[in-house]
Design a protein around this ligand. Structure first.
Ligand SMILES: [Zn+2]
Length: 279
């Protein structure tokens, strides 16, 4: 069996500050970001990129999270200002905010066609949906837990999660033991709040099973956008597209959804870009 345990509080808090998310949007985005960090480090090469995309008919509309294999994550919610009443148990209504829709998993490993798989959301709570994804699309029985605790002042108090996967060689006894331990565990955010480390959590899941920690990586919020990349995106519109912008707007303002940075292109910038395209 293999485990991934993540504590993502600082990175999720950074996303929260960039996007000024409401508590329910912060919880939804934070859960997807946490999942992307763990699934990102399942990939092998530095240039591999994992993208998780949720689209739903609830007030958030959709969420995107990406991670590379070094747990450098970024993401955004379509409607970061989504507001919903708390559930009767006092919890943030993440599934209500997402609604019915789909979860897509895209893995870009440099092949001509990236891996793409899409499932219907079964709960909208994200962890259950990913468990369903692993079972149906990757044929890997998994247990996924994701949690984000938003403080009263809207900062992220705790964020984290785990993914436990049964490999084909796992014995029935080992699977039973881990399942039993997971069922009796407190929620991941309670464990993190009470000071449990990632290894404490692994120890709880493992119980009587032996385990070995093979790798440990820092999770960070990281956007790789740059003026150069934005220029390339503009150039991809072609000479006609750029000429249209020059005629209609006289300038271009490009916004990065992931980090909130704005890139301004004056009429002169656009003219020199047009020259480059035509060459
Ligand atoms: Zn950016």
């Amino acid at each position: 069996m293999r485990f991934f345990v993540a504590c993502t509080r600082d990175a999720v808090n950074e996303a929260n500050e960039i996007h000024k998310t409401t508590p329910v949007a912060a919880a939804a985005l934070g859960r997807l970001l946490t999942a992307s960090a763990m699934m990102g480090c399942m990939m092998k090469n530095d240039s591999d990129l994992l993208t998780l995309m949720i689209r739903g008919d609830g007030p958030i509309g959709g969420i995107v999270a990406t991670s590379d294999s070094n747990c450098r994550i970024k993401g955004y919610a379509y409607q970061p200002d989504a507001v919903l009443p708390l559930k009767p148990n006092g919890k943030l209504d993440v599934s209500g905010a997402i609604g019915a829709g789909t979860l897509s998993v895209i893995k870009d490993t440099g092949l001509k066609e990236p891996y793409f798989s899409q499932i219907e959301l079964i709960s909208g709570e994200i962890a259950e949906d990913l468990t369903h994804y692993f079972a149906t699309s990757e044929q890997t029985p998994s247990s996924v837990a994701l949690g984000v605790l938003v403080d009263r002042n809207r900062t992220i108090k705790q964020a984290g999660g785990f993914i436990l996967q049964s490999l084909p060689t796992a014995s029935a006894e080992a699977i039973d033991e881990a399942e039993k331990n997971i069922l009796s565990m407190p929620p991941i955010t309670s464990l993190l709040s009470s000071g449990s480390s990632q290894e404490d959590i692994i120890r709880l899941i493992a119980g009587k099973l032996n385990y070995e920690i093979t790798d440990s990586l820092p999770v960070s919020y990281w956007c790789n956008c740059s003026r150069n990349r934005v220029e390339k995106a503009l150039a991809s519109l072609g000479a006609k597209g750029v000429t249209d912008i020059m005629r209609e707007d006289g300038q271009a303002e490009m916004h990065c959804h992931f980090c909130g940075k704005n890139y301004h292109f004056s009429i002169n910038d656009l003219e020199s870009l047009l020259c480059d395209i035509k060459q």
